[in-house]
Design a binder for this molecule. Structure first.
Ligand code: KG4
Ligand code: ZN
Length: 333
């Protein structure tokens, strides 16, 4: 079954073709990120206008690269939530029109869940050990930070979520406080790699007995620290970035391992842009090993926003029914 996935939830315009929920035949991403850099964050108006400009050629290219005609596409999958409303509308309208014109079923996909599904994708000709379910999934992106329990696809049970900022958003905002530029995650990671120290400590909220997160406190702590110390002789932005990253990562790791123990699973899936962070990868793998847990990170190309994860997860909804009992994938708009 070949599914054409379309992803337009934020500043990336993605189209991909995935066979049987696992083999990526093509994965095309166009991004307007560079245009937002000077503003220090995504400008929704610019993002949605670029989506409109890119969508046609991105979908065309995905078909070309996969070397299949539209006749061989069995269904169309599109991100329906969450995301910037203007950006989402472009992808959804495009997918609906295509579904209607070509008489192909249309499947709406949750962007956050699909980030975890990225761990189940492989490129054509490559084989890799796939994660075993049930699993706990940690999703850490620019807009979301949640823990899920996945018994089998497409059943996701949310264990917890952030009560305020998302992990990636916190990296972005702290990078802005420290004048490190946008996007903040890679900038903080780079600065932190030259700032190892034990003098500065920030506390990331614990919220005991829950699987929820809170990152707004540590963001304020960094701001206050910066205001109080930036004129000190020994002040080092790199050291602050290191202490901040360490604290956030430690909290993410502790909660994820705890969730695996609580749910009695040995598989931990990670997804979202922050999954690219090397400190998170190292700490998580180390802690997981100590507890007999196997950790999975998607390949870099599937960590950040892409349509392959949308098309991949959609495969598991092909027989699913909506509340009215109608088969979701047989619904043609
Ligand atoms: O998943 P994603 O591409 O988009 C959303 O759906 O939000 O995530 C983007 C987020 C940004 O906040 C970015 O700063 C963060 O992921 N990010 C990182 C790293 N690379 C990207 N955070 C920490 N370390 C990184 N290396
Ligand atoms: Zn995302």
């Amino acid at each position: 079954m070949n599914i054409l996935g379309i992803e337009t939830s934020c500043d990336e315009t993605g189209a991909a073709i995935v066979c049987d929920g696992k083999t990526v035949l093509s994965n095309i991403v166009s991004s307007s990120l560079k245009e937002h850099v000077k503003y220090g964050g995504i400008i929704p108006e610019i993002a949605s206008r670029r989506q409109l400009e890119y969508i046609h050629s991105v979908v065309d290219e995905a078909l070309k690269k996969a070397k299949i005609s539209f006749r061989k596409i069995d269904a169309i999958a599109v991100t329906i939530k969450p995301g910037l409303i203007g950006s989402l509308l472009v992808g959804i309208s495009f997918a609906k029109a295509l579904s209607y014109a070509k008489q192909k079923p249309l499947i709406g996909i949750d962007h956050i869940k699909s980030h975890l599904y990225a761990n189940f994708l492989s490129n054509k000709g490559e084989t890799q050990a796939l994660p075993k379910l049930p699993a706990v999934g940690l999703i850490v992106s620019g807009g979301h930070s949640s823990l899920y329990f996945i018994k089998r696809f497409p059943e996701f049970e949310e264990l917890g979520h952030t009560l305020d900022d998302a992990a990636g958003e916190t990296f972005d905002k702290v990078a802005r406080i420290l004048n490190l530029g946008y996007p903040g995650g890679p900038a903080i990671e780079k600065a932190a790699s030259q700032g190892a120290n034990k003098e500065i400590r920030f506390k990331c909220a614990d919220l005991p007995n829950t699987f929820n997160f809170s990152f707004s406190g540590i963001k304020t702590a960094v701001l206050y620290y910066q205001n109080a110390h930036r004129h000190d002789k020994m002040y080092s932005v790199n050291k602050v970035a290191y202490a901040f990253q360490k604290s956030v990562v430690t909290r993410l790791v502790k909660k994820s391992i705890h969730a695996c123990q609580k749910k009695g699973t040995q598989t931990l899936l990670v997804g979202g842009g922050v999954a690219a962070n090397s400190e998170l990868r190292e700490q998580l793998q180390k802690a997981a090993k100590e507890h007999g847990i196997t950790t999975f990170f998607p390949p870099m190309a599937y960590c950040t926003d892409n349509a392959a994860m949308i098309a991949g997860l959609a495969f598991h909804y092909k027989g699913a029914r909506n509340k009215k009992g109608t088969k979701i994938a047989s619904r043609v708009f």
